[in-house]
Design a protein around this ligand. Sequence first.
Ligand SMILES: [Zn+2]
Length: 205
Amino acid sequence: MLKEEWQPLLTAKSYEEAAMLVKSQLNACQYRRSDLKNRTKYSFKCNEYRKYPLCSYEIQIIAADDDPTFVTVMSRNIHQHQQYERNSTTRLPSPIRKTVSKYVHCGLSQSQIKLSLIQDHPHSPIHETKLINLINYERRKNRREIFSVFDLKSWCDQHKDNTQLHSTFVPFYIVEHIDNIFILFTTKQLFRQIKLTSFFQIDAT
Ligand SMILES: [Zn+2]
């Protein structure tokens, strides 16, 4: 979009006063400070630039070095916050989010959800990673009791040194992340019997 000319907006008695006005009234945030030859320039942009990356609103606060009580504020362009100017990379469109939420609550699998979405929204391209993230998010949303890798690790620690013969005993484990988990479950009783037997059976899951 074409950049407009800088328009004088107001004057202030100090940089602090001007900055406070700009932040609270004009919805802008500072991103740069430039020390120029005889003045300091503070550059501001839209405070919601992540949400509306196409918003080209800009503010400049200029403080003269020889008179720091004379501060001018200038603006360029206006805020543009229409829906289509939203950052489309952040999330799937809301009708799709609603459908995914519904299917997750019905207990559909990931591939079933994907197939149903293609039928329900044939004209919307569906970003695979975003869909997986959304499904995971929806599945966890109402399940605070979900077991994390950290919980699993703590559980293994608690069972590392079990004195009871017939209780679960974890002599060795690796719990790094969801794709790197190895836990050896056994009981001390079973361990004792190893030396008495000539067969050894291992069960893996
Ligand atoms: Zn804006």
